[in-house]
Design a protein around this ligand. Sequence first.
Ligand SMILES: NC(=O)c1ccc[n+]([C@@H]2O[C@H](COP(=O)([O-])OP(=O)(O)OC[C@H]3O[C@@H](n4cnc5c(N)ncnc54)[C@H](O)[C@@H]3O)[C@@H](O)[C@H]2O)c1
Length: 231
Amino acid sequence: MGSQVVAAIEAAPDLELHVAIDAADPIEAASGADVAVDFTVPTVVMGHIEWCVRQGIAVVVGTTGFDEKRYEQVRGWVESASGARVLIASNFSVAAVLMMRFAAQAAPYFESVEVIELHHPRKLDAPSGTAVTTAKAIAAARAAAATPVMPDATATQLEGARGATVDGVRVHSVRLQGLFAHQEVVFGNPGEMLTIRDDGFDRASYLPGVLLAVRRVLELPGFTLGIDTLL
Ligand SMILES: NC(=O)c1ccc[n+]([C@@H]2O[C@H](COP(=O)([O-])OP(=O)(O)OC[C@H]3O[C@@H](n4cnc5c(N)ncnc54)[C@H](O)[C@@H]3O)[C@@H](O)[C@H]2O)c1
């Protein structure tokens, strides 16, 4: 991701690359930048965010592995530094963000809904963070509309056959050679079905969202989660 973001910034006429940093380089090389973009690893990203906030550099973070505790820590740094700007997005794909939004919109109108995420077999976590976020958004929309519990007569099952449960929504993970990042949300009512499907074929899918965040993060004081508010 890092090298692709560097290439995208170099190709953008309105943006200027200040420096590209890999694991062996000192972070101090980023001094003087307006915006830093972090696609690294969960073990170092927190230190990078803290350093950038202290330096007054706005940060766009794509590195994954954030939980509520990490978000709270980042909020704390942002609140204690005036003018700090941090945007963290677990998915910069515009199609994926819209898929999640449309799934939440459709959620109250169907008796049943399940999420099927499909990824390349090198992926370390299951279900994907996007699938978890989708299931939570669906569950919140169903709860707000007081939608009844989903029908399911399963009485016996092999462990895992009905997938994982996220806030009451079933999530199924497929790991298949040849795939990149895909997700289907299937909704069912008596006599009808709606499928909302997002297919990411390669890393190019993330770049427009990253560039959007780089261009807009300076207008977003404080902490921003996701690129939804920018679309
Ligand atoms: N938010 C999104 O839309 C999105 C999309 C793709 C990937 N990701 C996430 O972004 C992260 C990176 O993904 P990737 O596929 O590019 O991984 P990758 O392993 O190809 O690249 C990680 C890079 O970080 C570098 N790095 C490690 N420690 C560093 C340090 N201290 N300083 C500077 N660089 C350092 C490594 O040398 C490597 O080049 C992962 O957490 C991945 O899950 C997020």
